[in-house]
Design a protein around this ligand. Structure first.
Ligand code: FAD
Length: 371
């Protein structure tokens, strides 16, 4: 510690307890620091430490959401390459590669389910992050122009989306990384292909900077119920509904627009029902929170897929920088997302409305019964 004259004084009682042996992110050297009996220095305003921490914490949460999406993309690229090379059995609809003894994996519908799930997560997640980045830009513009109202407005919009991005995209990033291993079969489990490393490195993203459970509490408990009384959901769903109404007449976009309008109504209804249930039973805020977060994530990603589909349809009609095949693939991936992944939102809706009793009725002691 520095002496009053700046000279080197007594050693502060700060010691490194150990280096952590982790499941993944091995290149990131983290350690346990012990501060017992150490002298601390106040580096910000008194009693505002938690508030100050949240300014960087929100940035870190969005950064961690990116850590869900990046590995999904990487895992997809490697799995796609492998699925084209590796051969196993014949496609059910008849030989696809007759010059070979077997067809490549990419011709099996179930392998396509895995690959397209990864693709839809990576591209849908990326769109969610770009959208958040635009909100952050508007917020910074507000600050730069001295327009506090604009800055606060976009800060609130980003604040609502932050736990959704962090919780949902890291959960789905893990799913995508695991699917990548699965496409590789037994070779995915063997280290030399690198697929298991992607799964290990992604695993921490649902944990640090606030676990999924804590993001879910922040979203439902704080951002939706406490601070805005459902207003945050009303505001965001109004934006989605506005977009959907504009695309009802386009035959390619209508199915997405109709589904989005149904979901915006449902999201508000679910919020009101949970608000009412939580008045009678406080455990509901926690018991419904994870499903509420995941539901919110699937609907937000559906909005992003519809926007990508709308952009692709527009470029197909009016010309764009990419190939026709690229835009058609966008529309087909949007269709896959709506028909194969979005139905999961309904399972979350049903689960979140179930009573907290089914989680709380077994005593802590009786939880030990197994068998
Ligand atoms: C490799 C690594 C590096 C890290 N680096 C840093 C760092 O640099 N700086 C730093 O400050 N921290 C760091 N952390 C800490 C990290 O942010 C925490 O581990 C994480 O926030 C989870 O907190 P916890 O471990 O205390 O879990 P706990 O709070 O004990 O949670 C355990 C489980 O219970 C759930 N849970 C807890 N409370 C509730 C509740 N009220 N309602 C519902 N569910 C609940 C959680 O969701 C979780 O599933 C790091 C962690 C790791 C693993």
């Amino acid at each position: 510690m520095p002496g009053a004259d700046g000279s080197v004084g007594e050693r502060n009682a700060v010691v490194c307890g150990s280096l952590e042996k982790k499941m993944g992110i091995k290149a990131s050297a983290t350690c346990v620091m012990n501060f017992d009996d150490a002298t601390g220095y106040l580096i910000g305003p008194e009693s505002e430490g938690l508030e100050c921490m949240f300014t960087f914490m929100n940035t870190a949460r969005i950064g961690t959401a990116i850590q869900g999406v990046g590995p999904a993309e990487l895992s997809y690229q490697w799995a796609l390459e492998y699925a084209k090379e590796r051969r196993s059995m014949r496609a059910l609809s008849g030989k696809k590669d007759p010059e070979h003894v077997a067809d490549s994996l990419i011709h099996h519908a179930d392998v396509r389910r895995m690959l397209l799930t990864q693709k839809a997560i990576a591209e849908g997640g990326r769109a969610m992050l770009y959208d958040a980045a635009r909100l952050a830009d508007h917020m910074v513009e507000g600050h730069a122009a001295g327009d506090a109202e604009k800055a606060a407005k976009y800060d609130d919009k980003l604040g609502f989306l932050t736990p959704i991005l962090k919780g949902f995209l890291t959960e789905l990033g893990n799913e995508a990384a695991n699917l990548g291993m699965q496409v590789f079969g037994g070779h995915g489990y063997i280290r030399e292909h690198g697929m298991e490393q992607i799964a290990r490195d992604t695993r921490i993203a649902t944990l640090y900077e606030g676990t999924t459970g804590i993001q879910a509490l922040d979203l439902l408990g704080r951002k939706v119920l406490l601070t805005t009384k459902g207003g945050a959901v009303r505001d965001f769903t109004a934006r989605i509904a506005n977009f959907a109404r504009k695309h009802l007449t386009d035959r390619r976009l209508r199915p997405f627009a109709v589904e989005l309008l149904k979901l915006t109504a449902q999201w508000n209804l679910l919020t009101v029902r949970i608000m009412l249930a939580a008045r009678k039973d406080r455990d509901v805020v926690s018991s419904a929170s994870y499903d509420f977060l995941m539901y919110s994530g699937y609907v937000t990603m559906a909005y992003m897929w519809a926007r990508q589909a709308a952009a692709a349809a527009d470029r197909l009609d009016n010309g764009g920088d990419d190939s026709e095949a690229f835009y058609k693939t966008k529309l087909a991936t949007a269709e896959f997302y709506y028909e194969r992944l979005l139905p999961r939102a309904q399972a979350h809706a049903s689960s979140m409305l179930s009573p907290s009793k089914n989680l709380m009725q077994i005593s802590a002691d009786d939880m030990a019964f197994t068998g």
